[in-house]
Design a protein around this ligand. Structure first.
Ligand code: CAO
Length: 459
């Protein structure tokens, strides 16, 4: 071990530049090319890396100091095995692996002159798109709270500065640039995601989890309970999809004045038709599902009552002349909501086939963004599982959602006698800003008529 002086290398035209960020402190183990400080001129900022590895004995500069080429930056207790380090002035440089050692007995000046970075790379986020309890998809935030952030996150000085200005915790942003370097776009995506409520920072989570602390709503704080006091517990981080869909559900539940109408539809004949169709089509491999009939029936009802196929845009209603129906799919990762496009133009067989493909993709986590966006109305079917009625939460910016439960044989009075009929429980949740109770009752009644006599779809 020897004491090594780390000096400011050739930093090009940078003269009397101020230290605006210090990344290390005495006692830290420093790697070759690890950034020690950031300096900033009136035009750009730049990280100054260490030319040597070792333990930092003393940092010779502090925030605000003005430095120049050749100034003493730090004293390391280290190994004199290093290559000269160039100031990090490109988006890629900082994430380079430690230099392979070549014997340098003195601190060599930087070999490259610096070109300051004023913008980051613009690698677009490839974090993927996940579904919510929403027909719309949300770009997954470039966010990895709880992820390992050993050392400093890789980002260029300009990106660090940008993040500082916005108050973004850079260590929680997942980089999509070269070698996971954080780009300006990553910071922007993260910020948007936090603003939309899709992502919570560690600080927000500490305040009360994804439910927030309710302070913004003027609510009393979320109860903080030490559950372990009452019995054994196990804490498990929620998955990314659950976190994102949870935030969206919360927003939709709070912001939409939602009402749910429950009704029953007589699907005795339709179910008989479905069963016989499946028998006839056994060889085709396509199984017609009740949900496919429901989708078709909903399109007819949405056409008759177009406000159910609209969205609020400020004080205006946007009526959509396309009928893209989303369906909730239960997957091991959480709720996904794939969208079947142009259901008005497709037959029940095609819808059944697409649904089965999309449901499989959802379960395999292979849905693409286009398969989760653009829905105008959503159906959530628990029919294969059970239950009677429930109150689904609307997938903003849609204005209504249909929940369906398990059909059961029930005695239905036909005016003369009770008849055994297969009844399907329907639960329609609607946005009261757009839809009135009477319209919702009519929608359900019309849906019931179609389902009890599917020929009406043709009318
Ligand atoms: N009443 C009675 N039986 C029904 C039914 C209904 N309403 N709907 C479906 N079934 C039957 C099917 O006919 C099938 O029976 P067979 O195997 O004997 O033919 C069985 O239930 C299983 O159906 P399924 O649920 O696998 O298929 P599906 O087409 O009805 O639904 C899908 C597909 C993707 C919607 C479903 O698998 C799923 O994920 N449902 C959960 C959705 C959900 O979680 N919603 C809640 C959102 S809010 O948290």
């Amino acid at each position: 071990m020897a004491l090594i002086e780390v000096k400011v290398p050739d930093i090009g035209d940078f003269k009397d530049v101020a230290v605006i960020e210090v990344f290390v402190k005495s006692g830290d183990t420093i790697k070759v090319e690890q950034s020690l400080v950031t300096v900033e001129s009136d035009k750009a900022s730049m990280e100054i890396p260490s030319s040597h590895a070792g333990v930092l004995k003393e940092l010779k500069v502090k925030l605000g100091d003005k430095i120049n080429i050749g100034d003493l930056l730090a004293i390391l207790d280290g190994v004199e095995l290093a290559v000269a380090a160039a100031p990090v002035a490109s988006a890629q440089a900082a994430s380079a692996a430690p230099a392979t050692a070549s014997t340098v007995s003195a601190i060599a000046p930087a070999t490259s002159s610096a070109t300051a970075v004023s913008t980051s790379t613009s690698a677009s986020t490839s974090a993927g798109v996940v579904a919510l309890a929403s027909g719309s998809a949300i770009a997954a935030p470039a966010h990895a709270p709880g992820g390992t952030t050993v050392g400093l996150p890789h980002a260029s000085p300009s990106v660090r500065k940008f993040a500082r200005e916005l108050g973004v915790p850079l260590e929680e942003v997942k980089g999509t640039g070269n070698k996971e370097r954080i780009t300006q776009e990553d910071v922007q995506t993260f910020t948007k995601s936090v603003m939309s409520g899709a992502t919570f920072t560690k600080a927000q989570n500490a305040k009360g989890g994804s439910g927030g602390d309710g302070a913004a709503l003027g609510l009393i704080p979320w109860p903080k309970v030490d559950f372990a006091k009452f019995g054994p517990v196990e804490r498990k981080e929620m998955g990314r999809i659950k976190k994102i869909s949870g935030a969206n559900l919360l927003r939709n539940a709070i912001m939409i004045p939602a009402v749910t109408n429950h009704d029953d539809a007589d699907i005795t004949d339709l179910e008989a038709f479905r069963v016989s169709t499946n028998k006839e089509n056994e060889k085709s491999g396509i199984k017609v599902t009740m949900l496919a009939f429901l989708i078709k029936a909903c399109v007819a009802a949405l056409k008759k009552y177009p406000e159910f196929n609209s969205s609020l845009d400020g004080d205006a209603l946007v009526y959509k002349n396309y009928w893209h129906i989303a369906f909730a799919a239960d997957t091991p990762n959480g709720l996904m909501v794939p969208v079947i496009k142009d259901c008005d133009k497709k037959g029940v067989l095609q819808i059944s086939q697409e649904m089965s493909e999309l449901a499989k993709k959802a379960r395999d986590g292979k849905l693409g963004p286009a398969e989760m966006t653009g829905a105008t109305f959503t159906i959530s079917s628990l029919g294969g599982i059970g239950g009677k009625y429930f109150t689904p939460i609307i997938n903003a910016p849609e204005v209504a959602i249909l929940g369906v439960c398990k059909s059961t044989m029930e005695p239905v009075w036909d005016g003369k006698a009770f008849q055994p009929r297969l009844m399907l429980p329907l639960s329609l949740t609607w946005d009261h800003r757009v839809i009135d109770g009477a319209a919702a009752a009519r929608f359900n009644a019309y849906l019931g008529q179609i389902l009890s006599d599917f020929r009406r779809v043709l009318l």
